[in-house]
Design a protein around this ligand. Sequence first.
Ligand code: GLY
Length: 448
Amino acid sequence: VTRAAAAASRALAMPIRVLILGSGAREHALALAIADSPLLDALFALPGNPGIAEVATCLPGNALDADAVLAAAREHRIDLVVVGPEAPLVAGIADALRANGVRVFGPSKAAAELEGSKAFCKRFMKRFGIPTSGFEIFDDADRAAAHLRACGRPMVVKADGIAAGKGVVVADSVEEGVAAIDDMMRRRSFGEAGARVVIEERVAGTEISFHAVCDGERFVTLADAQDHKRIFEGDRGPNTGGMGAYSPTPFVDAAMTRKIVRRVIEPAVAGMREIGVPFTGALFAGLMLGAPEDDGLPSISVLEFNARFGDPETAVLLARFAGDVLALLDAAARGRLDALDASATAVRDDAALAVVVAAAGYPASPRVGDPIEGLAAARAVEGVTVLQAGTARRAGELVSAGGRVLCVTARGGDLPAAAARAYAAVDQLRLAGSQHRRDIGARAGLAR
Ligand code: GLY
């Protein structure tokens, strides 16, 4: 054993004080997994939620406020900050923390541009040969509209910056695309995020989510998953943050995983290093899988990269992760994924399925303040974890406080078993006017 390797394994064995930034089901899933780790010394969340508060000390504040986060990290002698959502990353929270000697799981502001700027992401993919649809970038609304009319076919219009998941319009007609350009570029519905747009070709196929945990140089892949973005069953209605997910999908076998790694993950991690912005954190590729190619495997088109874990994907990915999540995230933050052995990153050969319970009125105008009942009965269902997102405590009572309220996650030997458990738990819950989809996993052949 070299001296450096011995030092690395000693460092990896030190008890770790962790601060999680965020307040959703993704952060609750991370908190539960981290709380299970023998490496943990103390766990904090900012701001967290009532579910997270069962395993962590929740600190008041806004994760976008770098000064407040730094002050919390100092006061609580935090070793590692795990950043959940994209907004603080794109705003540069990881840089501020690292500059003050705090380890961070999450990319720098420059590396988070993979998610923070669609134009950056598309140019990056083109430069490094990562498969993605054809595109043009516009800073001028007239030129963008003229381009769309010249194309004369349905295209995708994307606001360059982050727009809370609403900045992508898959236009069915030229008129719809032009209306999206007006909305983003002239009316600035998403503020400066829409000052620039990307217009790209539509691609057909099956959309899946693929995650890799990166340390700037190396990566560890997690399982594949599929999100359900529309509010209504049958993938109808407006887009949401995600109404449910499952893993594994029937679309990605071992050979397809290798293809995704070779065509997408490896060139992305190597490309970011090459341009001087190594990526440390969760790299989440949204992929469209199309018709089989000469290799017999589906084609791949990268729809987008996200610079953080997906939500609700994280619920099912962590449910199947057999290793120590804190060891994984800390090794990534140290740039030492090579110090983990294979057992630390294994994925179980089972299945997980998550159903989001959303508030009345979600996604347009979620109603808040409704009491949530039946939580204990839902949690009592075997293999089920009820993750909290938009919840709050009001006079001791748990009430809804956001659009996506709960994320009911179940493990099972296979997808039907996981689905049966998840829906058995959902059926125990009572939240006035709430919405959930009964068809999570339908594309994997699960009957409704
Ligand atoms: N579920 C999709 C996302 O997290 O962006």
